[in-house]
Design a protein around this ligand. Sequence first.
Ligand code: 13P
Ligand code: SF4
Length: 357
Amino acid sequence: SEDELHERIRNTKKALGDKLVILGHFYQRDEVVQYADFVGDSFQLANAALTKPDAETIVFCGVHFMAETADILARPEQRVILPNLAAGCSMADMADEDSVESAWEDLMELYGDEPDADGRQPVIPVTYMNSSAALKAFCGRHGGIVCTSSNASTVLEWAFERGQRVLFFPDQHLGRNTAKAMGIGLDQMPMWNPRKPLGGNTEEVLRDAKVLLWHGFCSVHKRFTVDQIEQARAEHPGVRVIVHPECPMPVVDAADESGSTDYIRKAIEGGRPGDVFAIGTEINMVNRLQAEHPEMTIFCLDPVICPCSTMYRIHPGYLAWTLDGLLEGEVRNQIVVADDVATDAKVALERMLAALP
Ligand code: 13P
Ligand code: SF4
C-alpha cells in the first residue's frame, strides 16, 4: 500500500543516515519533496551536492541533466543516483552533440577561428544547464560556459567580454529573453535550425548576428500565453504576474517579472497577506507555494494542469526501490559521466561559478 511504501522510504532514509543526501527540484511532486534534504532550483541543487561531502550517495530527485551535473561536481568517492532513468528533459534532448559540433564547424568556416583586435573570439558557446554533460564538455573545450535561468545575463556578459557572438543552446526562449533585456536587437539573434544549412540563415544575417539561438524550447513553458496574463489581470486586479524565462518572449514581456524557480519562490515569500500572484511555471511548484502560503492567492496561469511529465517520472516507488538497493549494498540507477567528459564539462561549470558576483 501507499502507507507501507512511505514507511519503507522513511525507515531506509533513517538507516542510511548521513551517508545519504536526497536532493529535490522544485518541480517534484510533494510525495517526493517531503524526503528531500534540499529543495531548490537547478543551480542551488548543483551546489547542494557539494555541501554534503560526507554523503556517499546523492539521490537526485530531478531530471537526468541535473544528476549528471551533480556527478561532475561531486567528489570522486560520491555516487549519484537518479531514481528513474527515464526522467529526462525534452528540451535538453533538442540539442545533441553531433548537431552542435556540425553547427560549430559551419560557424568556424564562416567566421574563421582567429580572435579580433581586442582578443575576442569569433563565437563563444553558451549552454543552458538543461543540456547533456557532452554539451557542457563541448563548451569547456571551446572557451564556452554554462548558465542557469538564475544567472543567464551575468553569463552572457562574461561571454561578450570574450567573444564577438554567442551560440546559445538549447533554449531559444531563455537566450532571446536574456539577450533582449541586454539591449540586443531581435534582428541580431537569428535562430539556428540544425536541420538546415547555415542553420537556415543567409551569410549576411549571420555576419550581423550577436546571439545565435538554437531551436530548442520547453514544452511546459511554451504553453503560457499573453491571453492567460490578460485574463488573470481582468479577474484579479492588482495581481502580480511572474513567469519563468523559458516562456516565449511575448509572455515574458507581458508579465510583471520573470525569473528562475528560486526567484519565483523568493518573490512569493516576500509577499504580504492578501497578495495575489499568477505564476507561469510548472504546476507542482505553484500548488506547493499556494499550500505553504494560505494567506495569499497563488495560481498557475495555465488553467489546464501543466506538470513537467519527465520530472513526474520520479515516483516514490522508484525512490523506495533505489534506497532499498543501497541498504542491500546494491547501487541502482547510478549516473556516471565518463572522466574525459566530466573534466571538460567541469571547466565550463567552473567558469560559470567564477563569473558570478
Ligand atoms: P530552474 O533553473 O529555474 O530550476 O529551472 C530548471 C528547469 O528545468 C525549468 O524548466
Ligand atoms: Fe525540461 Fe521543461 Fe521539464 Fe524543465 S520543465 S525539466 S525544461 S521539460
